[in-house]
Design a protein around this ligand. Sequence first.
Ligand code: DNO
Ligand code: MN
Length: 393
Amino acid sequence: MYLMNQTMRWYGPNDPVSLSDIRQAGCQGVVSALHHIPNGEIWTLDEIQKRKKIIENEGLEWNVVESLPVHEAIKTQTEGFQIYIDNYKISLQNLAHAGIKVITYNFMPILDWTRTNLSYSFEDGSKALHFDTAEIVAFDMFILKRPNAGNDYTEDEIIRGQNIFDTYSDEQKLQLQNNIIAGLPGSEESFTLKEFQKALDNYQNIDIQKLQKHLIHFLNAITPLCDDLNLLLALHPDDPPYPIFGLPRIVSTATQIQVLFDSVPNKSNGICLCTGSLGVRLDNNIGKMIEQFANRINFLHLRNIRSSQYNNFTESNHLEGNINMYDIVERVFHIMQKQQRSIPMRPDHGHQMLDDLKKKINPGYSAIGRLRGLAELRGLEYGISNNWKKDNI
Ligand code: DNO
Ligand code: MN
Protein backbone atom coordinates (compact mmCIF):
# COMPACT_ATOMS: atom_id res chain seq x y z
CA MET A 1 0.00 0.00 0.00
CA TYR A 2 1.26 3.46 -0.87
CA LEU A 3 0.82 6.38 1.52
CA MET A 4 1.74 10.03 1.24
CA ASN A 5 5.27 10.81 2.33
CA GLN A 6 4.65 13.22 5.24
CA THR A 7 6.95 16.22 5.44
CA MET A 8 7.23 19.78 6.72
CA ARG A 9 9.20 22.65 5.37
CA TRP A 10 12.41 23.37 7.24
CA TYR A 11 14.20 26.66 6.60
CA GLY A 12 17.60 25.37 7.71
CA PRO A 13 19.66 25.86 10.85
CA ASN A 14 18.11 29.31 11.54
CA ASP A 15 14.55 28.00 11.54
CA PRO A 16 12.99 28.47 15.01
CA VAL A 17 11.32 25.09 14.43
CA SER A 18 13.92 22.36 14.92
CA LEU A 19 14.34 19.10 13.03
CA SER A 20 13.54 17.31 16.25
CA ASP A 21 10.23 19.23 16.48
CA ILE A 22 9.42 18.15 12.95
CA ARG A 23 10.25 14.55 13.69
CA GLN A 24 8.09 14.59 16.81
CA ALA A 25 5.22 15.93 14.72
CA GLY A 26 5.37 12.61 12.86
CA CYS A 27 7.16 13.57 9.66
CA GLN A 28 9.44 11.22 7.77
CA GLY A 29 11.15 13.97 5.87
CA VAL A 30 11.66 17.67 5.38
CA VAL A 31 11.38 20.02 2.47
CA SER A 32 14.29 22.41 2.48
CA ALA A 33 16.25 24.94 0.43
CA LEU A 34 19.63 26.64 0.64
CA HIS A 35 18.22 30.08 1.39
CA HIS A 36 21.68 31.49 2.15
CA ILE A 37 22.74 31.10 -1.49
CA PRO A 38 21.70 34.19 -3.47
CA ASN A 39 19.07 33.64 -6.17
CA GLY A 40 20.78 32.72 -9.43
CA GLU A 41 23.96 31.29 -7.98
CA ILE A 42 24.92 27.64 -8.18
CA TRP A 43 24.06 25.29 -5.33
CA THR A 44 27.32 23.41 -4.95
CA LEU A 45 27.42 19.72 -4.19
CA ASP A 46 29.30 20.51 -1.03
CA GLU A 47 26.60 22.87 0.32
CA ILE A 48 23.86 20.42 -0.63
CA GLN A 49 25.59 17.53 1.08
CA LYS A 50 26.20 19.60 4.20
CA ARG A 51 22.48 20.31 4.52
CA LYS A 52 21.58 16.73 3.77
CA LYS A 53 23.84 15.45 6.51
CA ILE A 54 22.31 17.77 9.12
CA ILE A 55 18.85 16.48 8.19
CA GLU A 56 19.81 12.82 8.11
CA ASN A 57 21.62 13.07 11.44
CA GLU A 58 18.23 13.84 13.00
CA GLY A 59 16.69 10.72 11.47
CA LEU A 60 14.86 12.54 8.68
CA GLU A 61 15.06 12.47 4.88
CA TRP A 62 15.51 15.33 2.45
CA ASN A 63 13.55 14.30 -0.62
CA VAL A 64 12.09 17.56 -1.80
CA VAL A 65 13.68 20.94 -2.50
CA GLU A 66 11.49 23.98 -2.12
CA SER A 67 12.35 26.13 -3.88
CA LEU A 68 15.21 26.17 -6.33
CA PRO A 69 14.42 29.79 -7.22
CA VAL A 70 14.11 30.95 -10.81
CA HIS A 71 15.95 34.23 -11.36
CA GLU A 72 13.88 37.21 -12.56
CA ALA A 73 16.10 37.44 -15.66
CA ILE A 74 14.79 34.02 -16.76
CA LYS A 75 11.19 35.12 -16.27
CA THR A 76 11.70 38.35 -18.21
CA GLN A 77 14.33 36.95 -20.60
CA THR A 78 16.64 39.87 -20.02
CA GLU A 79 20.40 40.18 -19.85
CA GLY A 80 22.24 37.15 -18.57
CA PHE A 81 19.26 34.82 -18.57
CA GLN A 82 21.15 32.09 -20.46
CA ILE A 83 23.79 32.08 -17.76
CA TYR A 84 21.13 31.77 -15.07
CA ILE A 85 19.62 28.81 -16.94
CA ASP A 86 23.07 27.20 -17.14
CA ASN A 87 23.57 27.76 -13.41
CA TYR A 88 20.15 26.27 -12.73
CA LYS A 89 21.10 23.15 -14.67
CA ILE A 90 24.31 22.74 -12.68
CA SER A 91 22.35 23.05 -9.42
CA LEU A 92 19.93 20.39 -10.71
CA GLN A 93 22.83 18.08 -11.50
CA ASN A 94 24.30 18.58 -8.05
CA LEU A 95 20.95 17.94 -6.37
CA ALA A 96 20.46 14.73 -8.35
CA HIS A 97 23.96 13.66 -7.45
CA ALA A 98 23.14 14.09 -3.76
CA GLY A 99 20.05 11.89 -4.17
CA ILE A 100 17.33 14.58 -4.05
CA LYS A 101 14.33 13.64 -6.16
CA VAL A 102 11.78 16.44 -6.34
CA ILE A 103 12.51 20.06 -7.24
CA THR A 104 9.85 22.65 -6.46
CA TYR A 105 9.94 26.07 -8.10
CA ASN A 106 7.51 28.78 -9.13
CA PHE A 107 7.19 31.22 -11.99
CA MET A 108 5.37 34.08 -10.24
CA PRO A 109 6.68 37.47 -11.35
CA ILE A 110 8.62 39.40 -8.67
CA LEU A 111 6.59 38.42 -5.62
CA ASP A 112 6.22 34.88 -4.44
CA TRP A 113 3.04 34.21 -2.45
CA THR A 114 1.21 37.31 -1.25
CA ARG A 115 -0.95 38.13 1.79
CA THR A 116 -2.05 41.44 3.28
CA ASN A 117 -2.37 40.38 6.93
CA LEU A 118 0.02 37.95 8.63
CA SER A 119 -1.66 37.88 12.02
CA TYR A 120 -5.36 37.93 11.31
CA SER A 121 -7.41 36.97 14.35
CA PHE A 122 -9.13 33.71 13.59
CA GLU A 123 -12.44 32.96 15.35
CA ASP A 124 -10.86 30.52 17.84
CA GLY A 125 -8.14 32.93 19.04
CA SER A 126 -5.37 31.61 16.80
CA LYS A 127 -3.72 33.80 14.15
CA ALA A 128 -4.09 33.12 10.45
CA LEU A 129 -2.86 34.55 7.16
CA HIS A 130 -5.39 36.65 5.30
CA PHE A 131 -5.79 38.35 1.94
CA ASP A 132 -7.96 41.45 1.63
CA THR A 133 -8.50 42.78 -1.89
CA ALA A 134 -9.23 46.32 -0.64
CA GLU A 135 -5.90 46.37 1.19
CA ILE A 136 -4.19 45.45 -2.07
CA VAL A 137 -5.91 48.41 -3.76
CA ALA A 138 -4.99 50.72 -0.87
CA PHE A 139 -1.35 49.71 -1.20
CA ASP A 140 -1.22 49.69 -4.98
CA MET A 141 -3.06 52.96 -5.69
CA PHE A 142 -2.40 55.10 -2.64
CA ILE A 143 0.87 53.89 -1.05
CA LEU A 144 2.85 52.67 -4.05
CA LYS A 145 0.93 54.97 -6.41
CA ARG A 146 1.57 52.68 -9.37
CA PRO A 147 0.87 54.58 -12.60
CA ASN A 148 -2.41 53.42 -14.20
CA ALA A 149 -3.20 51.09 -11.30
CA GLY A 150 -6.72 52.53 -11.37
CA ASN A 151 -7.39 50.73 -14.67
CA ASP A 152 -7.06 47.37 -12.94
CA TYR A 153 -9.84 47.90 -10.38
CA THR A 154 -13.57 48.45 -10.38
CA GLU A 155 -15.05 51.68 -9.05
CA ASP A 156 -16.29 49.84 -6.00
CA GLU A 157 -12.85 48.35 -5.27
CA ILE A 158 -11.26 51.78 -5.54
CA ILE A 159 -13.74 53.25 -3.06
CA ARG A 160 -13.02 50.44 -0.59
CA GLY A 161 -9.26 50.84 -1.10
CA GLN A 162 -9.49 54.60 -0.58
CA ASN A 163 -11.52 54.02 2.55
CA ILE A 164 -8.87 51.69 4.00
CA PHE A 165 -6.13 54.17 3.17
CA ASP A 166 -8.04 57.03 4.82
CA THR A 167 -8.75 55.15 8.03
CA TYR A 168 -5.30 53.53 8.50
CA SER A 169 -2.69 55.19 10.71
CA ASP A 170 0.81 55.69 9.30
CA GLU A 171 1.91 52.70 11.31
CA GLN A 172 -0.81 50.51 9.82
CA LYS A 173 0.11 51.67 6.32
CA LEU A 174 3.74 50.73 6.88
CA GLN A 175 2.70 47.38 8.30
CA LEU A 176 0.57 46.72 5.24
CA GLN A 177 3.43 47.65 2.95
CA ASN A 178 5.77 45.31 4.82
CA ASN A 179 3.28 42.46 4.75
CA ILE A 180 2.95 42.75 0.99
CA ILE A 181 6.49 43.44 -0.23
CA ALA A 182 8.89 42.75 2.63
CA GLY A 183 8.93 39.09 1.66
CA LEU A 184 7.08 36.13 3.11
CA PRO A 185 9.11 33.13 4.29
CA GLY A 186 10.48 31.26 1.32
CA SER A 187 10.34 34.30 -0.95
CA GLU A 188 13.78 35.14 -2.19
CA GLU A 189 13.41 38.92 -2.25
CA SER A 190 12.08 41.83 -0.25
CA PHE A 191 11.61 45.34 -1.60
CA THR A 192 11.39 49.02 -0.75
CA LEU A 193 8.64 50.94 -2.58
CA LYS A 194 11.12 52.28 -5.11
CA GLU A 195 12.68 48.90 -5.78
CA PHE A 196 9.27 47.33 -6.14
CA GLN A 197 8.14 49.89 -8.72
CA LYS A 198 11.39 49.32 -10.62
CA ALA A 199 10.81 45.56 -10.62
CA LEU A 200 7.27 46.15 -11.92
CA ASP A 201 8.63 48.31 -14.73
CA ASN A 202 10.62 45.31 -15.99
CA TYR A 203 7.29 43.66 -16.82
CA GLN A 204 5.89 46.57 -18.80
CA ASN A 205 6.09 44.67 -22.08
CA ILE A 206 5.43 41.21 -20.74
CA ASP A 207 1.90 39.91 -21.08
CA ILE A 208 0.50 36.46 -20.33
CA GLN A 209 1.52 35.03 -23.74
CA LYS A 210 5.06 36.27 -23.38
CA LEU A 211 5.55 35.03 -19.84
CA GLN A 212 4.14 31.68 -20.88
CA LYS A 213 6.65 31.55 -23.74
CA HIS A 214 9.44 32.26 -21.29
CA LEU A 215 8.35 29.46 -18.97
CA ILE A 216 8.11 27.02 -21.89
CA HIS A 217 11.58 28.05 -23.03
CA PHE A 218 12.89 27.42 -19.51
CA LEU A 219 11.17 24.02 -19.38
CA ASN A 220 12.57 23.03 -22.78
CA ALA A 221 16.01 23.90 -21.48
CA ILE A 222 15.85 21.93 -18.22
CA THR A 223 13.42 19.00 -18.65
CA PRO A 224 15.66 16.82 -20.89
CA LEU A 225 18.34 17.03 -18.22
CA CYS A 226 15.84 16.26 -15.44
CA ASP A 227 14.53 13.28 -17.44
CA ASP A 228 18.07 11.90 -17.65
CA LEU A 229 18.75 12.51 -13.97
CA ASN A 230 15.40 11.06 -12.85
CA LEU A 231 14.46 14.33 -11.21
CA LEU A 232 10.84 15.37 -10.94
CA LEU A 233 9.89 19.02 -11.24
CA ALA A 234 7.06 20.48 -9.19
CA LEU A 235 5.81 23.87 -10.36
CA HIS A 236 3.97 25.68 -7.55
CA PRO A 237 0.80 27.46 -8.74
CA ASP A 238 0.23 31.19 -8.43
CA ASP A 239 -0.81 32.34 -4.99
CA PRO A 240 -3.29 33.95 -5.19
CA PRO A 241 -4.28 32.46 -8.57
CA TYR A 242 -4.98 35.65 -10.53
CA PRO A 243 -3.00 38.71 -11.65
CA ILE A 244 -2.01 41.28 -9.03
CA PHE A 245 -0.30 44.65 -9.51
CA GLY A 246 -0.91 44.32 -13.24
CA LEU A 247 1.56 41.43 -13.43
CA PRO A 248 0.80 38.45 -15.68
CA ARG A 249 0.04 35.08 -14.04
CA ILE A 250 0.27 31.81 -15.97
CA VAL A 251 -0.13 28.97 -13.46
CA SER A 252 -3.56 29.68 -12.04
CA THR A 253 -6.02 27.37 -13.82
CA ALA A 254 -6.25 23.85 -15.29
CA THR A 255 -6.24 25.32 -18.80
CA GLN A 256 -3.01 27.19 -18.16
CA ILE A 257 -1.36 24.15 -16.60
CA GLN A 258 -2.46 21.89 -19.47
CA VAL A 259 -0.73 24.23 -21.95
CA LEU A 260 2.57 23.57 -20.16
CA PHE A 261 2.22 19.78 -20.48
CA ASP A 262 1.05 19.97 -24.09
CA SER A 263 4.05 22.15 -24.95
CA VAL A 264 6.62 20.22 -22.91
CA PRO A 265 5.54 16.58 -22.53
CA ASN A 266 8.82 15.44 -20.97
CA LYS A 267 8.22 13.09 -18.07
CA SER A 268 10.00 15.27 -15.50
CA ASN A 269 7.63 18.18 -16.16
CA GLY A 270 5.23 18.26 -13.22
CA ILE A 271 3.40 20.35 -10.65
CA CYS A 272 3.15 20.89 -6.95
CA LEU A 273 -0.57 20.67 -6.36
CA CYS A 274 -1.25 23.35 -3.75
CA THR A 275 -4.91 23.11 -2.74
CA GLY A 276 -4.82 26.37 -0.79
CA SER A 277 -3.47 28.37 -3.71
CA LEU A 278 -5.66 26.90 -6.46
CA GLY A 279 -8.72 26.75 -4.17
CA VAL A 280 -8.98 30.52 -3.93
CA ARG A 281 -10.59 30.49 -7.36
CA LEU A 282 -14.03 29.02 -7.07
CA ASP A 283 -13.93 28.09 -10.77
CA ASN A 284 -10.97 25.76 -10.10
CA ASN A 285 -12.30 22.24 -9.57
CA ILE A 286 -9.42 20.71 -7.64
CA GLY A 287 -10.80 17.16 -7.60
CA LYS A 288 -10.97 17.30 -11.40
CA MET A 289 -7.48 18.77 -11.60
CA ILE A 290 -6.11 15.87 -9.57
CA GLU A 291 -7.56 13.40 -12.08
CA GLN A 292 -6.47 15.44 -15.08
CA PHE A 293 -2.87 15.83 -13.89
CA ALA A 294 -2.59 12.51 -12.03
CA ASN A 295 0.69 11.60 -13.77
CA ARG A 296 2.14 15.02 -13.18
CA ILE A 297 1.62 15.62 -9.47
CA ASN A 298 5.04 15.35 -7.89
CA PHE A 299 4.37 17.17 -4.63
CA LEU A 300 1.27 18.06 -2.62
CA HIS A 301 0.60 21.12 -0.48
CA LEU A 302 -2.53 20.38 1.48
CA ARG A 303 -4.28 23.24 3.22
CA ASN A 304 -7.63 24.98 3.18
CA ILE A 305 -8.91 28.50 2.74
CA ARG A 306 -12.23 30.17 3.27
CA SER A 307 -13.35 32.81 0.82
CA SER A 308 -15.47 35.68 2.01
CA GLN A 309 -17.03 38.78 0.50
CA TYR A 310 -15.16 40.56 -2.32
CA ASN A 311 -12.88 37.56 -3.02
CA ASN A 312 -11.08 38.02 0.28
CA PHE A 313 -9.79 34.82 1.82
CA THR A 314 -8.46 33.49 5.12
CA GLU A 315 -6.35 30.40 5.63
CA SER A 316 -8.72 28.17 7.59
CA ASN A 317 -8.19 24.89 9.45
CA HIS A 318 -7.15 22.03 7.18
CA LEU A 319 -10.47 20.20 7.27
CA GLU A 320 -12.70 23.29 7.05
CA GLY A 321 -13.16 25.71 4.17
CA ASN A 322 -13.60 25.85 0.40
CA ILE A 323 -11.84 22.55 -0.12
CA ASN A 324 -13.33 19.14 0.59
CA MET A 325 -10.16 17.61 2.01
CA TYR A 326 -11.70 14.14 2.26
CA ASP A 327 -12.34 14.15 -1.47
CA ILE A 328 -8.78 15.37 -2.19
CA VAL A 329 -6.99 12.82 0.01
CA GLU A 330 -9.20 9.99 -1.23
CA ARG A 331 -8.44 10.78 -4.86
CA VAL A 332 -4.73 11.08 -4.13
CA PHE A 333 -4.81 7.77 -2.25
CA HIS A 334 -6.35 5.92 -5.19
CA ILE A 335 -3.96 7.50 -7.68
CA MET A 336 -1.02 6.38 -5.54
CA GLN A 337 -2.30 2.76 -5.46
CA LYS A 338 -2.90 2.77 -9.20
CA GLN A 339 0.49 4.27 -10.03
CA GLN A 340 2.29 2.38 -7.26
CA ARG A 341 4.13 5.37 -5.90
CA SER A 342 4.08 7.59 -2.82
CA ILE A 343 3.70 11.33 -3.32
CA PRO A 344 5.38 13.70 -0.87
CA MET A 345 3.00 16.00 0.97
CA ARG A 346 3.28 18.81 3.46
CA PRO A 347 0.47 20.46 5.41
CA ASP A 348 1.72 23.74 3.90
CA HIS A 349 0.81 26.44 6.43
CA GLY A 350 -0.78 26.36 9.87
CA HIS A 351 -2.20 28.84 12.36
CA GLN A 352 -0.14 30.48 15.05
CA MET A 353 -1.71 28.94 18.16
CA LEU A 354 -1.20 27.83 21.78
CA ASP A 355 2.37 28.46 22.98
CA ASP A 356 3.44 29.67 19.56
CA LEU A 357 1.33 32.81 20.10
CA LYS A 358 4.05 33.99 22.47
CA LYS A 359 6.89 33.25 20.05
CA LYS A 360 8.46 34.88 17.06
CA ILE A 361 7.55 32.67 14.14
CA ASN A 362 7.83 32.54 10.37
CA PRO A 363 4.28 33.49 9.29
CA GLY A 364 2.46 30.32 8.25
CA TYR A 365 5.31 28.10 9.40
CA SER A 366 4.95 27.81 13.19
CA ALA A 367 5.29 24.32 14.66
CA ILE A 368 2.02 23.71 16.47
CA GLY A 369 -0.37 24.90 13.77
CA ARG A 370 1.32 22.74 11.17
CA LEU A 371 1.39 19.84 13.60
CA ARG A 372 -2.39 20.16 13.97
CA GLY A 373 -2.75 20.28 10.17
CA LEU A 374 -0.54 17.26 9.69
CA ALA A 375 -2.31 15.31 12.42
CA GLU A 376 -5.68 15.94 10.79
CA LEU A 377 -4.40 14.96 7.36
CA ARG A 378 -2.71 11.80 8.51
CA GLY A 379 -5.83 10.79 10.42
CA LEU A 380 -7.85 11.32 7.29
CA GLU A 381 -5.47 9.20 5.21
CA TYR A 382 -5.33 6.54 7.93
CA GLY A 383 -9.12 6.20 7.77
CA ILE A 384 -9.21 6.07 3.99
CA SER A 385 -6.40 3.53 3.76
CA ASN A 386 -7.86 1.23 6.42
CA ASN A 387 -11.20 1.25 4.72
CA TRP A 388 -9.52 0.35 1.44
CA LYS A 389 -7.52 -2.45 3.08
CA LYS A 390 -10.71 -4.20 4.19
CA ASP A 391 -11.62 -4.82 0.55
CA ASN A 392 -8.20 -5.11 -1.05
CA ILE A 393 -5.77 -7.10 1.08
C1 DNO B 1 2.07 28.88 -0.59
C2 DNO B 1 3.23 28.32 0.09
C3 DNO B 1 4.52 29.00 -0.30
C4 DNO B 1 5.18 28.29 -1.45
C5 DNO B 1 6.08 29.11 -2.30
C6 DNO B 1 6.62 28.30 -3.47
O1 DNO B 1 1.11 28.27 -0.87
O2 DNO B 1 3.27 26.97 -0.14
O3 DNO B 1 5.34 28.97 0.80
O4 DNO B 1 5.91 27.26 -0.97
O5 DNO B 1 5.38 30.16 -2.82
O6 DNO B 1 7.58 28.97 -4.13
MN1 MN C 1 1.64 25.99 -1.32
